[in-house]
Design a protein around this ligand. Structure first.
Ligand SMILES: Nc1ncnc2c1ncn2[C@@H]1O[C@H](COP(=O)(O)OP(=O)(O)O)[C@@H](O)[C@H]1O
Ligand SMILES: [Mg+2]
Length: 234
């Protein structure tokens, strides 16, 4: 079967969420997190999502990434409906379309910086993975740390490696879950400057979950997650 790649749908929104509902647990243990949530993101826009701890921000990003499925509703990412895809179709969608950056970096501790960045390319079968990964490491200012393990890098350097890894396959959409939340203020600002510079240069859509109001204010649009729905702030 030929999968819809979004190529034929370049003008539409890059993300469309329609009436998504998500809860955890069941019966009297049930926690309802998202209720009939609607959301649309324009191509190449930067979007901030704020909201209290436990309001469902990471849950929403997990659904957008296809790491979890909603109870009901529809999610279209770059024109592809990801709700209800098989695991293998989801993996291939993620590898092609989505980059993810987490608060805790989630680098593979036994691989060097260069190997961490090469991995998505190798999975995608790129013939020149190492060369492309090196160029990416260079773009985040870490060419001279290529052979270091994560344990030999600072937190800010680890997050730069994670950003390089997320962007190495040139995804249309970058999902960042409190990317500076584990860094000191100055380092966090530098990491954020780098993120904005890269997504603006490459036309990547950025969904940035953050507690930081200054960071949120730098995005084209701002939403707050409250009572299971996204409310536009600006
Ligand atoms: N896998 C899970 N199983 C059960 N409850 C979960 C799970 N993941 C998140 N939750 C609950 O869902 C709510 C939203 O969590 P989360 O999306 O992590 O919020 P946020 O990222 O905004 O802090 C919280 O009450 C959390 O405890
Ligand atoms: Mg969270």
């Amino acid at each position: 079967m030929i999968q819809q790649t979004g190529q034929e749908n370049q003008q539409g929104p890059v993300i469309e969420v329609q009436s998504v509902t998500k809860s955890y647990g069941r019966d009297d243990q049930k926690i309802s997190v998202l209720h009939n949530l609607d959301f649309v993101a324009r191509r190449a826009s930067t979007i901030a999502i704020t909201g209290p701890s436990g309001s469902g921000k990471s849950t929403l990003l997990g659904l957008l990434a296809g790491l979890d499925q909603p109870d009901s509703g529809q999610i279209l990412m770059d024109g592809l409906e990801v709700t209800g895809l098989s695991q293998s179709a989801l993996s291939s969608f993620r590898a092609r379309t989505i980059g993810i950056v987490f608060q805790q970096f989630h680098l593979i501790q036994t691989l060097t910086a260069l190997e961490n960045v090469s991995l998505p390319l190798e999975i995608a079968g790129a013939p020149d993975a190492s060369t492309q990964a090196m160029a990416r490491l260079n773009s985040v200012g870490l060419a001279d740390r290529a052979s270091h393990l994560p344990s030999q890098l600072s937190g800010g350097e680890c997050q730069r490696v994670a950003i390089a890894r997320a962007l190495v396959v040139k995804p249309k959409i970058l999902l960042a879950d409190e990317p500076s939340g584990n860094l000191d203020t100055r380092t966090g600002e530098r990491i954020t400057d780098l993120l904005f510079e890269l997504v603006k240069r490459e036309g990547t859509t950025l969904i940035l979950v953050t507690h930081n109001e200054d960071l949120a204010a730098r995005c084209d649009e701002r939403f707050q997650l409250r009572d299971g729905q996204l409310q536009r702030i600006s």
